[in-house]
Structure formats: C-alpha cells, structure tokens
Design a protein around this ligand. Sequence first.
Ligand code: NAI
Ligand code: MG
Length: 354
Amino acid sequence: RNHRIAVVPGDGIGPEVIDASLEVLAAAETAFGFGTELTRVEAGARHYLRTGELWTPELEEQLRGHDAVLFGAMGDPAVQPGVLERGFILAMRKAFQQAVNLRPVKLYEGVATPIAGLTPERCDLVIVRENTEGAYVGRGSTVHAGTPYAVAVQESVNTRPGIERVVDYSFRLAQQRRKKLTLCHKKNILVEAGNLWQDTVDEVGRRYPDVEVDYVHVDAMCFHLPVAPERFDVVVTDNLFGDIITDLGAVIQGGLGVAASANLNLDGSAPSMFEAIHGSAPDIAGRGWANPVGAVLSTAMCLASLGEREAALAIEAAAVHVLAGLPQLSGPGMGMDTAGVGKEIASLVGAGLP
Ligand code: NAI
Ligand code: MG
C-alpha cells in the first residue's frame, strides 16, 4: 500500500503542527507496513505576497493527482483577513467537491473542559457540516450602499443533490456508530431551506430504518450541546450552522489545540483534505507553544479514509495518551514543545499501543 499525500503546511503554526504530524505519520508507516509519497506544497501568505498566487489551475492539477491533502493553516497579519482563507481553502473545497466537513466532538480523558461535570463517556459525537452550499456560496448584493437606506441581501443556496449527499453520508456514518441522526436547522423561520432539508432527511431515512432520526433547532442546539452532548451521535447541518456549532463543539472538547477535521470528497473525483480546525495562531507562532494533537488526529482521519484503519486507531490512542499527560494544553506550561509532543506520540505509535 502506497499513498500519495500532498502536504500544505501554510502559515504561522501550520508548519509546526504539520512537522509534528509527519513525524507521527513516519512512525505509523514503519509500524503498520504502508508507504507514503509526500509532496510538500509552498502556499500561503509568503508565497502569495511574493507571487500574488493562491489557488491556480496548475496547483489544482498537481494536487488532484494525490490521494489526500494534509493542510496546516493559513492566515497572516500582513495579508488582508479572509483573502487566503477564501482564496485557497474555500477554493479547494469547491474545486475538489469536498461536500462533507466532518468534525468529531470527543472529550478525551485528562483534557480540561470548561463544562463542569462533563465526562468523556458523555461526549462522543460527530458533526457533519455541508461544505459547499448554503450562505457560503457568496451570492448577494447591496443596493443604496453607503447611504442611510442601504439594503444588503445575502443568499443561501440549498440544492436537493447537495443536501442529499451529506444526509446519505450521515445516515451511513450513524449506522456504524450509535444509530442516531439529528438534523440541526432553523426550519420554523428559514422555511424554504428548512423544509428541503427535513424532506430530504425523511426520504433518505427510509433507506436506513435502523437509524433513529431527531430534529433540533440551531439555537436550542447551542444549549443542548454543552449541557447534554450525550443526546447526540451524528448531527447533520448546513454550512453556516455547522461553522458555528463546530466551534462550540471545539470548546466543549477542550479547545482548538485538540480538534480535528476532514473535508471529504465523496465521489472519488478529487482528494479529500484533512486539517486541525485552528488557524495560523500568529500570536504564538515560532515558539513551539502550539499543541499539535488536532493536526495529528486529522492525520489519523486521513489514514482512516485511505483504508489504514489500524494505524489511525493507534495514532488516536497514542495522541490521547500523551494529551492526558500534558500539564497544560498549550504554551510554555505544556511541559514540552510542539515537536516534543509529536516525537512522544510517534514513539508510542512505533512501539505499538500505549
Ligand atoms: P486561531 O485558531 O489561529 O487562534 C485562536 C487562539 O487559539 C489563539 O490565541 C491561538 O494562539 C490559539 N491556538 C490556536 N491553535 C492552537 C494550538 N494548536 N495550540 C495552542 N493554541 C492554539 O484563530 P485566529 O487567531 O482567529 O486566526 C489567526 C489567523 O488564522 C487568521 O488569519 C485567520 O483568518 C486564520 N484562520 C485560518 C483557518 C484555517 O487555516 N483553516 C481557520 C481559522 C482561522
Ligand atoms: Mg469556523
């Protein structure tokens, strides 16, 4: 088994957490007997400021030839906010039809959560966010701009095939888990989109009679998620609501340093992309203070999607073990630097399960 993986370290702490992840990946290759062919791609703030290039047809062609993309983070104080994120990350999601944004929300043993009394057994769910449509299609217009009568219209586009593919994916995921699917929307107010989502869930659900279906409004979700996460197994939602509730999920599971994600292409036409959910953290970049576990767990998700399930489980177990031993989740109080955490996880993976 040989996997061709493109690596985009990007900006700030991106290269730091990616280097730690590659160390873990190398240990997993030796321990589990598979190979990788890594292509390191220069992209991000420095490249953009030098060349003006972000997502080019050449880069798209180059990346398309890979089985997966590992992504660090992008964003830099020297570049106008949003330029790199929209110009690169959103462009990739769209070009590669990464229809699903997968966000496990799992509280690991020994990780401090701000939710009093919450235990790991009660917090193990997955949020499936639609990743290409909704309010993030960037359609809209403003009339009478700059006047006291300005009106801004921002459209949300929801298509039956776009919804159906994430809903079907969510049902299949629920079948492999605790067999419960919750639709999260605001269908009492956003009636057009809400009805299409609910109808699609109802119809697709007939193919999965063993999965229990539930519905929760997004505002109520912001209440239930921190207070009773055990209520949820798989949550499916649209692009905007998903963006918001996944950040809430990250808080519940102990912060940005530990949260992982996958941007999945479902039809095999292009690679999927895997990234920690944090950004480039310019405030701590270059100091070795970043926690690489989110990136390492994203690498495990990458391997799982490439069929290396055992390696993925071993990496997760090793990362969780090391995480539990850290006095603090980031900064100088972490007890070791970013690279040190990577090495520790790598050595556990190399030695078999912790
Ligand atoms: P951020 O996620 O980079 O940082 C937020 C806070 O969390 C900072 O205090 C940072 O030090 C801390 N933090 C983040 N990751 C950490 C880790 N692994 N270990 C320890 N502490 C960590 O979000 P922020 O500051 O809003 O954005 C910084 C830049 O990143 C901006 O340019 C933003 O647009 C970009 N960004 C990029 C994303 C991506 O590449 N997918 C996602 C989010 C933001
Ligand atoms: Mg977000």
